[in-house]
Design a protein around this ligand. Structure first.
Ligand code: PEP
Ligand code: MG
Length: 585
């Protein structure tokens, strides 16, 4: 295939669409640098506040629309936008600029919004980069109100009034996504964005196939071009020929058959054809993932990330707030285990008010368990909240980025102290909680035998373990092909961890992304892992895969992978071995 006609991005909402392209660009109002007189400063501040009120009202209307079209959980996406529009620190900084530099409300707003945009765009946190489209949507609204010239979306596309179109744009906001006419717009393409962008989540809920992160899409796709979009593979074929269309049709019908099998898998046991049993748990990063994880049949939560309680906020969450969240999750998963991971903060994952020094290498810096051990006022309230919930529910505490035994002992000492304090104060709480560690540094792999002596379980964080073993930044799109959790070096580490766990008699699981990918999940099963914690949308697929591939086959290919010399060879042999059971993937 001619490379000019094939574009690759990230498949964020599955399905295949074939239609002509409509290119949408925002015609944004010019914001001239405008200064105001000293006597006008107060009225500029008032204008800023009025614009925020109007923006919030418009967002509430959109939220209502999403609630009707996509559901209550999806409509909460707009709550995040409302919070952003009303962010006290941000608005205070704009007001300060108006007063100090005597700038008009729109000039000051634009200036501060650009500052935040640059910060987020260059951040190492995908969560912040994912929020750029939300920020953009608020900028468009606020500047439209403040300049009196609302931004307009300019649509250029087929002149024949095509029935169905694929929208191509630079950055897709949740607002634009929900306003699209579902019958008319059959596919979405954006140059920015990832699987976890709000617009991606919404497109998925609305059932519109979508590809994001398609760099160069606006330059390559001319308005009116025919586009074949595959929202699972993340590919865009421009002006496809009949044989490519036929290929897509076959792929689609095969997938539809798989979809039906996946539906059925949700209520079936996770057991291989030769009788090996697995436990499939869910990774929950945000409250809105609780229900999807339950619906997709998660047997518990293998990784409850807690960073969302901190990011984008001005204050650290209180003990009560954390306790309330843990109660919400554990009540939803009543009778099933929940593994709470202590704060994995670092880099820019701190509340705005928390002063952290700039670090040249945040991923090798002050993050994760290091922060918790150094800053008791962050860690201790979390420990207390965990102990309190453990009085009534089946929870465990998991420590991230551990590299030596002393870190575990220190954390356990603090846990004991907090338990004693709660008991002395007569607060209902457990005396202790099982403490496990994430294996996500090569150091933890090397010292796994020592760590096994002081902890209750291991859970492999394959995202970080791969990053630190291969020295490949997990968030760098340029290195995406080199980021290989199936690399023989990682495979050997994975094999060692499961062996050490078995010898010590402690449970071992994997909660990194490789457990959510069909081929690498087979590799893990073959290495001996029987508990996988998976992103909720992937639960049915992984269940279906584990039910389809005999353990003996997985074991054979995993054993060979330990001696492979290159990741490509591992992948090829996984593909070959699983094809008779899964079909061509
Ligand atoms: C991992 O590193 O694999 C992991 C599960 O943790 P996180 O992705 O939150 O760093
Ligand atoms: Mg990690």
């Amino acid at each position: 295939m001619n490379a000019e006609r094939l574009l690759k991005g990230i498949g964020v909402s599955p399905g295949v669409a074939y239609a002509s392209a409509v290119v949408v660009r925002w015609d944004l109002p010019d914001v001239p640098d405008r200064e105001v007189g000293a006597d006008e400063v107060d009225s500029e501040v008032a204008r800023l506040r009025a614009a925020v009120t109007e923006t919030v009202a418009a967002l509430a209307q959109l939220q209502e629309r999403v609630r009707e079209r996509a559901g209550v959980e999806e409509s909460k996406i707009f709550e995040a936008q409302v919070m952003l529009a009303q962010d006290v620190d941000f608005l205070r900084s704009v007001e300060h600029l108006i007063r100090k530099n005597r700038l008009s409300a729109e000039t000051a707003f634009e200036y501060k919004a650009l500052e935040i945009r640059n910060l987020w765009a260059n951040s190492s946190s995908t969560r912040l980069r994912d929020r750029l489209a939300d920020l953009g949507a608020i900028q468009i609204r606020m500047l439209g109100i403040l300049t009196g010239k609302p931004a307009v979306a300019v649509w250029s596309g087929p002149s024949d009034g095509a029935e169905q179109v694929i929208v191509v744009t630079h950055e897709l906001s949740p607002g634009l996504t929900v306003q699209l006419d579902r019958d008319h717009v059959v596919g979405l393409v954006s140059e920015e964005g990832t699987r976890t962008s709000h617009a991606a989540i919404l497109a998925h809920s609305l059932g519109i196939p979508a590809v994001m992160g398609a760099a160069g899409a606006l330059a390559k796709i001319r308005p009116g071009a025919m586009v074949l979009l595959d929202g699972q593979a993340g590919t865009l074929h421009l002006d496809p020929d009949p044989s490519e269309l036929e290929d897509a049709r076959v792929r689609l019908s095969r997938r539809q058959k798989t979809e039906l099998e996946l539906e059925a898998a949700i209520s079936q046991p996770a057991e291989s054809p030769d009788g090996r049993r697995y436990a499939l748990l869910g990774n929950v990063d945000l409250p809105e993932e609780i229900q999807p994880a339950l619906r997709q049949g998660a047997g518990g939560v293998g990784l409850l990330r807690t960073e969302f309680l901190v990011t984008g906020r001005t204050q650290l969450p209180t003990e009560d707030e954390q306790y309330a969240y843990f109660r919400r999750v554990t009540e939803a998963f009543a009778g099933r285990p929940v593994v709470i991971r202590s704060f994995d903060l670092g880099g820019d994952k701190f509340p705005a008010a928390f002063q952290t020094p700039h670090e040249p290498n945040p991923f090798l810096g002050w993050r994760s368990i290091r922060v918790c051990l150094d800053e008791p006022e962050i860690f201790r309230p979390q420990l207390r909240a965990v102990l309190r919930i453990a009085a009534d529910r089946d929870v465990q505490l998991m420590l991230p980025l551990v590299m030596e035994v002393d870190e575990v002992l220190e954390a356990k000492r603090m846990l004991d102290e907090e338990a004693a304090r709660l008991a002395a104060a007569g607060v209902r709480a457990a005396r202790t909680v099982p403490v496990g560690v994430m294996i996500e540094t090569p150091a933890a792999v090397a010292l796994a035998d020592q760590l096994a002596q002081v902890c209750a379980f291991f859970s492999v964080g394959s995202n970080d373990l791969t990053q630190y073993t291969l020295a490949v930044d997990r968030g760098n799109a340029r290195l995406a092909a080199r980021f290989a959790p199936h690399h023989p070096a990682v495979v050997r580490e994975l094999a060692r961890v499961v062996e050490v766990g078995a010898a010590a008699g402690i449970p071992v699981s994997v909660c990194g992304e490789m457990a959510s990918d069909p081929l690498t999940a087979v590799l893990l099963a073959g290495l001996g892992y029987t508990t996988l914690s998976v992103a909720p949308p992937s639960l049915p697929l992984i269940k279906w895969v584990l039910r389809s591939v005999p353990y003996a086959v997985a074991h054979e290919v995993a054993t060979a992978a330990r001696d492979a010399t290159a990741p490509a060879a591992v992948l090829a042999s996984l593909q070959r071995a699983t094809e008779p059971f899964l079909g061509r993937r």
